[in-house]
Ligand binder design. Structure first.
Ligand SMILES: C[S@@+](CC[C@H](N)C(=O)[O-])C[C@H]1O[C@@H](n2cnc3c(N)ncnc32)[C@H](O)[C@@H]1O
Length: 324
C-alpha cells in the first residue's frame, strides 16, 4: 500500500487586526506567498462540522454571510517555510509599522508564528476512507488502497487532493446512482459534460460505465488538475478533457450533462445547461438544498426542461431533467 503523498512544511502566522486593516494585511500576506488565509470573526457562531457548507463560497450555501459583530478579525496565514517563522513575523511587523498612521497600535499586535511540521493535512480522513460501493456496479477506491482480489464491481480509483467529490457525500453518490441507470438505458458511447467536475468522479464514472467521451469543467484550477490525474489513474485519460473555462453557448450536443453545483449557480447556468443537451439528452442536477429546489425547478422550467426523476435525503435534492 503506497503512503499518501506529503506536503512541504509551512510557516503559520496568526494575528488579530482591525477589520478596517484586513484587506491590506491579507494582500501583504498573499504577496509573501500565503497559500491560504483563514478569517475568524470573534462573536460569530462556529458551525462546527454540521454546517451545510460543502465547497465554494459559503454565501452560496447559507444565504448572506452574517455580519461580523466585532471590529476585529483574526487572520491565520500559511506561507512557504522560507527563512522561518521569526523572519516572517519580523517582516510582517516591519510592514505593519507602515499602517500605524491609519490604524494606530496595529504594529504592536501580537503575532504568533510557528513552523507547521510536514504532514498530509488530509491524513486523518484518508486513513478512515475505505473502498465504498456506490449504486449497483461501482466501487470507489482510494488510489492508495487496493480493492479485494476478485472485486466484482467496476473500480473507480480516486485521489481527491484538494478537490470535492469522493462519493461519500449524498450529492455525489445520488448522481452516481442515477448516472448508472441513465447510461444503462441510453445509447453506448454517450457524450458527457460534467459542469463542476471537482475530482472528476462523475465524468470518470461515466467513462467506466460505457460513455464514449466526457468533458469536465471547473472554475477551480486545482480541481481541473485533480480531475485529469484521476482520469489517468483510471485509464480513461484519452476519452476525458478537463478545462477551467466557464460554461458557454459553445457547449452543445451532450447526451448527458451533470451539474453537482449549488442552487444559485444552477439557476444562473440554467439556459446554458439546457442548451448543452442533445435532443433526448438528460441533465442531472445536485447540490440543491430542499428549500432552494423550487428556484432551480423554475429556472430549468423556463429553459424548457421538466423533472423526470428525483432523489432526496434529509437535506439535498438530486434530479434528472429532460426537454419538455
Ligand atoms: C459540489 S462540487 C461537485 C464535484 C463533483 N462533480 C461531485 O459530484 O462530487 C462543485 C464543484 O463545482 C465547481 N464550480 C462551482 N461553480 C462553478 C461554475 N460556475 N462552473 C464550473 N465549476 C464550478 C467547484 O469548484 C467544485 O469543484
Amino acid at each position: 500500500m503506497a503512503a499518501p503523498p506529503k506536503v512541504p512544511a509551512w510557516v503559520e502566522l496568526r494575528l488579530t487586526v482591525p477589520v478596517a486593516a484586513q484587506d491590506a494585511v491579507t494582500a501583504f500576506l498573499a504577496a509573501r506567498g500565503a497559500d491560504g488565509i483563514q478569517e475568524e470573526h470573534p462573536g460569530l457562531d462556529d458551525l462546527g462540522d454540521d454546517g451545510p457548507i460543502v465547497t465554494g463560497d459559503p454565501r452560496l450555501w447559507a444565504g448572506d454571510a452574517p455580519e461580523n459583530p466585532s471590529e476585529e478579525v483574526t487572520l491565520s496565514a500559511w506561507l512557504p517555510a522560507g527563512d522561518g517563522p521569526e523572519a516572517e513575523a519580523e517582516a510582517l511587523r516591519g510592514w505593519l509599522a507602515g499602517l500605524e498612521g491609519d490604524h494606530p497600535g496595529v504594529s504592536a499586535v501580537e503575532i504568533a508564528a510557528r513552523t507547521v511540521e510536514e504532514q498530509d493535512w488530509n491524513a486523518p480522513w484518508k486513513a478512515l476512507w475505505r473502498p465504498t460501493p456506490v449504486g449497483r456496479n461501482l466501487l470507489i477506491c482510494p488510489s492508495w488502497l487496493e480493492p479485494e482480489p476478485g472485486e466484482p464491481r467496476r473500480v473507480l480509483r480516486l485521489d481527491p487532493g484538494m478537490a470535492f467529490g469522493t462519493g461519500t457525500h449524498f450529492t455525489t453518490a445520488s448522481c452516481l446512482e442515477l448516472l448508472e441507470d441513465l447510461l444503462e438505458a441510453g445509447p453506448r458511447g454517450a457524450r458527457v459534460l460534467d459542469v463542476g467536475t471537482g475530482t472528476g468522479i462523475l465524468a470518470v464514472a461515466s467513462l467506466l460505465l460505457g460513455a464514449g467521451h466526457a468533458t469536465g469543467i471547473d472554475l477551480d484550477p486545482a480541481a481541473v488538475a485533480e480531475a485529469r490525474a484521476n482520469a489517468a489513474c483510471n485509464g480513461v485519460a484519452d476519452r476525458f478533457e478537463a478545462t477551467g473555462a466557464p460554461l458557454d453557448e459553445g457547449a452543445r450536443g451532450f447526451d448527458l450533462v451533470l451539474a453537482n453545483l449549488v442552487a444559485e449557480t444552477l439557476v444562473d447556468l440554467a439556459p446554458l445547461l439546457a442548451g448543452a443537451l442533445a435532443p433526448g439528452g438528460t441533465l442531472l442536477t445536485s447540490g440543491v438544498l430542499h428549500a432552494r429546489a423550487g428556484r432551480v425547478e423554475a429556472a430549468l422550467g423556463a429553459a424548457g426542461l421538466t423533472q423526470a426523476r428525483e432523489r432526496r435525503d434529509d437535506a439535498w435534492v438530486t434530479a434528472a431533467w429532460t426537454r419538455a
